[in-house]
Ligand binder design. Structure first.
Ligand SMILES: [Mg+2]
Length: 262
């Protein structure tokens, strides 16, 4: 197929499932690099730090550099910094909390010692509630997020994926299930969903790489996130059937696995 200067590759279901690399994916990424293409790794997952993905991808043979890796923890943190949101209540995994804290965003519930009061005399106790995947979700955490939102905190979702794929075809609940719980009880909707299908991170990546949208190919296993974010960003897209999507809709560029990019 046509060569592009920049390939934005999804992770879960595209490059790996759980701890196993997807068949033919490592050799394909190597071949694209050998052609001189730039590679960026973009996951809607918010649970881990950039360093985690660098280690995981490198151990599988993808040879990832820190500046090549983007997650919605990174995207949400950049959004908080841009919007000057100095303190947030985070519903998420340690990787999200660490990414926010490293950028100087205060996370009052980061120490795990209870929840800050939702309100002070001068207004809401936090500027925003940031919600991502959280495998230690509890009723108390949902309630604390709800109280902050009812007291006027802004509402930011890392992503609204319904599930994500593991080894052997098993699925786990995604951040969308948690965002929906908090949206339901607070009667609030997120002002922004950072991840795919929002084109925000695709544009951030293309700009940082110095590549025009016409020279970017967005690749993934999910139509409603990976492919739609690429289309929304004005880029070409390519679907692989190694993850959650069993067949390609009419008119969509696709291949059974990543070798279709060569
Ligand atoms: Mg995927």
């Amino acid at each position: 197929m046509k060569s592009y200067r920049l390939y934005i590759l999804d992770l879960d279901g595209t490059l790996y499932r759980g701890s196993e690399p997807v068949v033919h994916a490592v050799e394909t990424v190597r071949a694209l690099r050998a052609r001189g293409a730039q590679i960026r790794f973009l996951t809607n997952n918010s649970g881990e730090t950039r360093e985690f993905y660098v280690r995981k991808l490198s151990a599988m043979g993808y040879g990832a550099q820190p500046e090549e890796v983007y997650s919605t923890a990174i995207g949400a943190t950049e959004y908080c910094v841009e919007q000057k949101l100095g303190s947030v209540f985070a519903v998420g995994e340690p990787g999200l909390l660490a990414t926010l804290a490293e950028a100087g965003v205060r996370v009052p519930n980061a120490d795990g010692r209870g929840f800050p009061s939702p309100c002070t005399e001068s207004g809401p106790a936090v500027d925003a509630v940031v919600v991502g995947v959280c495998r230690t979700l509890t009723y108390d955490l949902i309630e604390a997020a709800m109280q902050h939102l009812l007291h006027g905190a802004r509402f930011i979702a890392t992503n609204t994926d319904d599930s994500y794929p593991l080894e052997g075809g098993r699925l786990q609940p995604g951040a969308g299930a948690i965002v929906a719980a908090i949206a339901t009880c607070s009667k609030r909707q997120p002002e922004i969903v950072i991840g795919k299908p929002n084109p925000l991170m695709v544009w951030q990546i293309a700009r940082a790489a110095g590549v025009e949208q016409s020279d970017v190919l967005c690749v993934g296993d999910r139509m409603e996130t990976d492919i739609l974010s690429g289309k929304n960003a004005g880029c070409d897209t390519h679907l692989v059937l190694t993850g959650v999507t069993p067949s390609a809709p009419d008119g969509q560029s696709w291949s059974p696995d990543l070798r279709g990019l060569l």
